[in-house]
Design a binder for this molecule. Sequence first.
Ligand code: PNS
Length: 230
Amino acid sequence: MKRAIYPGSFDPVTNGHLDVVERARKLFDEVIVAVAHNDEKQPLFSLKERLNLLQQTVGKIDNVRIAQFDGLLVEFALQQKANAVLRGLRAVSDFEFEFQMALMNRKLEGNVETIFLMPKEEYTYLSSRLVKEIARIAQFDGLLVEFALQQKANAVLRGLRAVSDFEFEFQMALMNRKLEGNVETIFLMPKEEYTYLSSRLVKEIARLGGDVSKFVPSLVASALGKKFKG
Ligand code: PNS
């Protein structure tokens, strides 16, 4: 019996996940979709809700079973007598972490292989994180593309500093195009000397008492100073 585990947070399940399950069930006698408790990630959906959503989407497929697990994935795989762990690979940006995780899992347990499946190209832009962000923004201020349309703007501008920005910006631009085809995303490159600069790092430096006056307007530097004082 060829049995595979497809583990993840599934917070929430996306069409990309469903595509991977659909591919996997043709390759294995049984596929166990295993939802990690992952409380430390502070999921948007509770474990019960995530299991329910999966049950309603792939739970009725013959050779697919939904399960939950806590603790080490390889131990769960052994316990379920599964010889493969499946992960979806969307883009290069996924690779680094997936590769580390696969090698680490092999180190922990040599008898469980990790196998990567690529979902349909049209799901390259899709991630649970973006799906949640869209839902959350909709709840508060509305979608960016809707705002753009309302303002009769036909372009959204984003700054691109480095390759590391690209992957997420690319996903976001494609997702926005999917939501509204009439709004183009345009990327502008700031001066090379700002390549290293990010709001996140500036906040961290200010929080740790560093001088941020070289990086932001003086008004912002003093506002940051006040925020982190005391
Ligand atoms: O959908 P995600 O969040 O990318 O899934 C990550 C998941 C759940 C597969 C990973 O965090 C995991 O395997 N957790 C179980 C704990 C474990 O085995 N950690 C060691 C991984 S090398």
